[in-house]
Design a binder for this molecule. Structure first.
Ligand code: ATP
Ligand code: MG
Length: 599
């Protein structure tokens, strides 16, 4: 059944949901215990049965702002938890001691909340920091050494690279591979004690140097790095590799379904190998988390790589991370996009393993649909031209009534003042009309929406021949909402605001940041040696600032208040630059898809 408050969602394929449903039906995770916080097998065993039917996580590295791709992952993970009585953890994957900025952490927290996702449920606050697990990770590494599953390698980085082999050539065992357990343990302890320089030794898992999957050729699991970590300070001078840390983080947190993007598919055998070894050693609870990969979101007309986004900001091609043209979540929010629209979009595109490039139009369409249902209507004249109604009394002002939402009569109507001088769109008058033009031209009649039918009588021009005002006469018996309103039939229906009461506002018209669907990629007909740079594909007309004439009530718009400006699109009061009583508006999206079409 359709509801006026919710756009309909065609159920999209989501193979991960199917896996979860099958696991739940089989009771695969029903016997897990939960310590109330992350922990080892022993910790969890002491706790009650896990009240969460499943646990997922969203694990950003706090080294940048979240983008539209992350939103897909967030909505998927939190969505599954919501749908199946589970929990979704927000985990900062901060095992790399490289500089992490609190600014990023705060922005990530805000953006996840803004999307409507919560890591707090039934008294649990599942907000974690992977660096808090360093003690466990080091302990687990020592266990692997003691069980003969890890060794300290002292080859140089170059030697290691050469001996790793290639896709077609097996690797070669390191001369240090057969060190005794005692020697390995001693060296690893001394690595931790700070006795060695960066790169002098690494701890490697001992698997198989001839494995067809290169990721199983004794991957490095701990490296020496004399660096201060934002959370653990100088406590550590060895840090776990991401491929070692990540599965352990999942297992400690009792994650059941560890969902990641396809580039980690080749890492899955190591993910499983590592967790198996640790579970064998009694360190981790079974069943172990299962890694499931899906294809990342790729969207036309944007770039979704942190590196490129950083470049856009640092080289000032945009005005910051939250520039409304940026495909970041802070940018989307400022642009006026709705979290609900993101959800609708995510539901529609579904989740699969096929790499695909999604048309940006689909995203905009989801946003429009949500906004069409939620947003109140207002009147704005973006390209103002004065209309003078010569037979209307000079000082008279009367009220016309405009519905706040045509689909929701319960939202009522508001009064808009009508007077002798109105602003209309410049394009709503043509001195010499083109074929099929039904708006104002000398001798023609059109309706001023919610007001009267007027008959155009001519226009004034300045010395350069530019039209500066249009003249008309109104038909008093045709006021909208009165019995005679329909007595005169017209085809044009124009919006307007009264000059004396209008609010002259600054408005930013945003368009696509890039002018081609796949910025920076080669196009048909390119010379074989041509390399494209995504920056060359920037759309020079992606932002335009104008002064528009708005109905007076818009002066009171609060930051983030969003409206449909009739005939134009959806506009939001900018949350950063608006002043009380002086909102500045951003265009989120036009009413219809007009990209590439000449209007
Ligand atoms: P980028 O590749 O843009 O630098 P990232 O993957 O390095 O992003 P992380 O902070 O590691 O950024 O990502 C957190 C989570 O978001 C990961 O689980 C990752 O798989 C997921 N993710 C990142 N980009 C996308 C995308 N385009 N589509 C879906 N999920 C994504
Ligand atoms: Mg990453």
């Amino acid at each position: 059944m359709s509801s006026p408050n919710k756009p309909e969602v065609a159920p999209a394929a989501n193979f991960i949901r199917n896996i979860v449903e099958a696991d739940l039906a089989a009771g695969k995770h029903a016997q897990r215990h939960w310590a109330g916080q992350p922990g080892t097998a022993k910790d969890h065993a002491a706790g009650p049965l896990d009240p969460a039917k499943l646990r997922t996580r969203f694990p950003p590295e706090p080294n940048g702002y979240l983008h539209f791709g992350h939103a897909k992952s967030i909505l998927l993970n939190f969505g599954l938890a919501e749908q199946f009585a589970g929990r979704c953890h927000l985990r900062f994957d901060d095992t790399n001691p490289e500089k992490e900025e609190q600014e990023y952490v705060d922005a990530i927290v805000d953006s996840v909340k803004w999307l409507g996702c919560s890591w707090e449920k039934d008294g649990e606050t599942n907000l974690y920091q992977a660096s808090n697990y360093f003690d466990w990770m080091a302990q687990f590494a020592e266990y692997l050494i003691s069980a003969g599953h890890a060794y300290v390698d002292s080859q140089s980085a170059d030697e290691m690279r050469v001996n790793r082999g290639t896709l077609t050539q097996p690797g070669k065992n390191s001369p240090f591979r057969e060190r005794s357990i005692d020697e390995n343990m001693d060296l690893f302890k001394r690595m931790q004690a700070g006795e060695f320089a960066d790169g002098q030794h690494v701890l490697r898992a001992k698997i198989d140097m001839s494995a067809p999957n290169i990721n199983l050729r004794d991957p490095a699991i701990y490296r020496i790095r004399h660096a201060t970590h934002h959370n653990t300070g100088d406590k550590w001078c060895v840090y776990p590799m991401y491929t070692f840390a990540h599965p352990i983080e999942d297992a400690l947190e009792n994650i059941t379904h560890s969902i990641c993007t396809l580039e980690f598919e080749d890492q899955r055998p190591f993910y499983d190998w590592l967790l198996e070894r640790l579970a064998e050693g009694g360190l981790l609870q079974r069943p172990l988390p299962q890694q499931i990969e899906f294809s990342r979101l790729n969207l036309t007309y944007v770039v979704l790589s942190k590196r490129k986004l950083i470049q856009l900001v640092e080289e000032k091609h945009v005005e910051g991370w939250d520039d409304p043209r940026m495909p970041t979540l802070v940018g989307a929010r400022r642009r006026g996009y709705s979290a609900e629209g993101f959800r609708l979009f995510a539901d529609r595109i579904g989740v699969s393993k096929n790499d695909s490039l999604i048309d940006y139009v689909l995203f905009e369409e989801a946003q429009r649909e949500v906004m069409n249902l939620s947003d109140e209507r207002r009147i704005a004249v973006l390209d103002p031209l004065k209309l003078i109604i010569d037979n209307y009394p000079v000082d008279q002002v009367e009220e016309c009534f405009a519905p706040n939402h045509p689909l929701k009569p319960e939202l009522g109507k508001r009064a808009v003042p009508f007077s002798r001088e109105l602003w209309i769109e410049a394009e709503d008058f043509m001195e010499e009309p083109s074929k099929g033009y039904h708006r104002l031209y000398p001798g023609n009649m059109a309706r001023l929406r919610y007001g009267y039918v007027v008959k155009c009588t001519g226009c004034d021009k300045d010395e350069n021949g530019k039209i500066v005002a249009v003249h008309a006469e109104y038909l008093p018996e045709t006021k909208s909402g009165t019995p005679g309103a329909d007595s005169v039939k017209v085809k044009g229906n124009l919006h307007w605001v009264s000059v004396a009461q209008a609010y002259a506002a600054q408005i930013r018209l945003y368009d696509r940041l890039f002018k081609v669907p796949a910025p920076g990629t080669r196009r048909e007909g390119d010379a074989p040696d041509l390399e494209r740079n995504f920056l060359d594909d920037l759309n020079p007309a992606s932002k335009q600032s104008i002064t528009a004439q708005l109905e007076a009530s818009l002066k009171d718009a609060k930051p983030e208040g969003r409206f449909q400006f009739e005939r134009h699109g959806y506009f939001v009061a900018d949350r950063v630059d608006s002043q009380p009583g002086v909102p500045i508006f951003n265009r989120a999206v036009t009413l219809k898809d007009s990209w590439g079409k000449v209007s």
